[in-house]
Unconditional design. Structure first.
Length: 277
């Protein structure tokens, strides 16, 4: 079978005119760039490669995210290894990272809570001169995050435990706390490709998705420096409740709910003891 025929067959099966999944799967198997695929469309595909590709395609058609099939995803311009123990990094989270970077100064202590693949912590470490800590309750997630840190030569201290407890136990105080915690309501209907494959521990939270936020809010005074920033990714439908929830825990602090590039509520920033920000 010619490469062009193979890719067309894959596109016909996926039936999405906007997808580049067939090309992404083939690129991973061969290391070819997209332009090389265009040049090789009239070339035959070797039998062994054809069988591997059909296996990849079959897994995708059965619902497995292509990032797990190829074992990687790009975030903030870097390639991160991913597997079923961690969430797949998403472009919305890049907006959170970009805004956090605008506040980081050399020597600041920054903690990423619920680090997963390490995408946030590793990116912040690579893009700044801050001291980075990253916490996760999952041993397997921490293995993946640590691997990604080594891959990008990022200096990050990884701690195992629930939310802020490892920082409290070690008496670590932070200038910036950043977190993309589990925030999805158990009753929310999700794409099967997400709910059937990504780790539920990192997706769902009690109290309609607010449990982790409230637990962090309760614990935060134990680990925040005198002046500190708390930065969160939130669900698209959580902004209004956050406007009522935050003042219960930080009555004297300024905060803002920020929309993402698609105009949806996506970030919460709390400015603890900051007069001007």
């Amino acid at each position: 079978m010619l490469l062009g025929e193979l890719l067309k067959h894959a596109h016909d099966l996926i039936d999405d005119p906007h997808t580049n999944i067939p090309e992404r799967l083939y690129e991973d198997l061969t290391g070819d760039a997209y332009y090389q695929l265009l040049l090789k469309r009239e070339e035959p595909v070797e039998e062994a490669l054809l069988m591997q590709y059909k296996d990849y395609l079959d897994r995708y058609l059965k619902g497995e995210p292509y990032q797990y099939i190829i074992g990687k995803e790009y975030f903030y311009g870097r390639e991160f290894d991913v597997n079923s123990s961690v969430l797949i990094p998403r472009y919305e989270t890049e907006e959170l990272v970009e805004k956090v970077l605008s506040y980081i100064k050399p020597g600041m202590v920054v903690a990423d809570i619920g680090t997963g693949s390490g995408a946030i912590a590793v990116t912040l470490a690579c893009e700044s001169k801050a001291d980075l800590y990253a916490v996760d309750i999952s041993k397997e997630a921490l293995k993946t995050a640590s691997h990604n840190a080594k891959k990008h030569e990022a200096s990050v201290t990884f701690l195992e435990g629930d939310l802020l407890q490892p920082l409290i136990d070690k008496d670590i105080h932070v200038d910036i706390l950043v977190s993309n915690p589990p925030y999805i309501d158990y009753d929310e209907v999700l794409d099967p490709r997400v709910v059937d494959h990504e780790p539920h521990l990192a997706l769902f939270a009690d109290d309609h998705g607010y449990a982790c936020y409230e637990n962090i809010f309760k614990q935060a005074p134990s680990i925040l420096k005198e002046k500190a920033i708390l930065a969160f990714e939130i669900g698209y439908n959580q902004g209004e409740r956050m406007k009522h929830l935050v003042p219960l825990y930080f009555p004297d602090d300024t905060f803002e709910v920020i929309k993402d590039i698609n105009g949806k509520d996506r970030m919460l920033f709390i400015y603890h003891n900051y007069e001007n920000i």
